[in-house]
Design a protein around this ligand. Sequence first.
Ligand code: LLP
Length: 434
Amino acid sequence: MHHFHYSGHDLHCESVDLAAVAKLYGTPTYVYSAATMEDNYRRLQRGLAGLDVQLCFAMKANSNLAVLRHFANLGSGFDLVSGGEIRRVLAAGAEVKTSVFAGVGKTEAEIKLALQNGVFSFHVESEPELARINHVAGTVGVKAPIAIRVNPDVDAQTHAKITTGKSDNKFGIPLKYAGAAYEAAAKYPHLAIKGVQMHIGSQLTSVAPFVEAVEKVGPLAAELKAKFGITYFSIGGGMGIVYRDALASGQPGWWDAQPPEKRPLTPESYGAALVPLLQPLGLKILLEHGRFMVGNAGVLLAQVEHLKRGAGKNFLVVDAAMNDLIRPAMYESYHEIVPLQRDSSRRSLTADIVGPICETGDCFAKDRQIQDVGEGELIAFMSAGAYGYAMASRYNTRGMAAEVLVKGSAFELVNARESFEQIIAGEKIPAFLK
Ligand code: LLP
């Protein structure tokens, strides 16, 4: 469910007319729905009722300060992957005490920053990292809380670039070596063993791989509890969202109307399958969902520049580009594209929907059917709240898009569009070229 819907002919986010947002702040602009994020947070909590759950929102999906503050206010911690992300959480006025620090290449400076801010735990990806965290903790004069990321060798049945739990992925320590890694960790004077972690991939659309992974790692978690007194098991993130019928999926009744075999993963079905497996462990359960929390809570607004009618092919050229939303170019991912003003009297049009960037990959959709829209009209890319702005770049010297947060009938600019002066602020001409 989400809070994007047509009211009359006009696409709204909660009670806000998106055309009004575009008029005020221009395009391309990301717009996020606070109510959708809150609903997702609460549904996940309810879906896993019966467990002691801590959500650590995977902020790599969307790290806007307002979004972080919203989740912190709801009681969420964060799944952090860099010193920059730690500093973002602090800048959002939140704490990192309920957050975990993951990633295969944490630097000494990042480890130090996490320790100084009382991070809940480090998710350790390799044995050399144990030594490094131990060393830094020694210099800071604290014991570093750790969990080892175990790679359960499960096929997440998702896109190759976002699967992480297979033995040929770079992540974690294979299950069969995990026992030895914990023995090694126990010998370090500045480490405190606190938990165990796994994460098998992203955009999972069925619960089966989660079940398989929990069944594989669960016995190890029980053993570690008995041996080292671990207190938590992080089962990672990865819950997928609806991309194809994104707009319809926000309407009441849509989910119930789906045949069971086609019904996407929900927090309820996820919880129903996993709670019985996790409850007997008697451990705190950490969740690191990113996409599920924010994916369908955001859209990217863009304006049509031209409709270019080619030989047997139409191109709808819009003012957003692959630098703003790279997912279609990078993962061949599908984003539903809808007009901001719906007009049923118009014919539909089949076109490639493309940005202005000088490469063929700057294409959001091929042969897509969309209502006939012309120059100056507005469209929205659905399901753009996760890995949208967060993966944007300045390619072609295009500034970063603006971001707006909506709550009810209120909306505010939460990140101003980047100016040319900001883009080049760090650059200079060296003396030897002058
Ligand atoms: N925990 C760990 C250790 C992760 O590596 C990730 C995502 C997550 C949690 C959150 O996964 P989520 O709940 O969002 O699926 N840029 C790609 C997705 C990359 C995911 C990387 N790791 C995309 O746009 O599809």
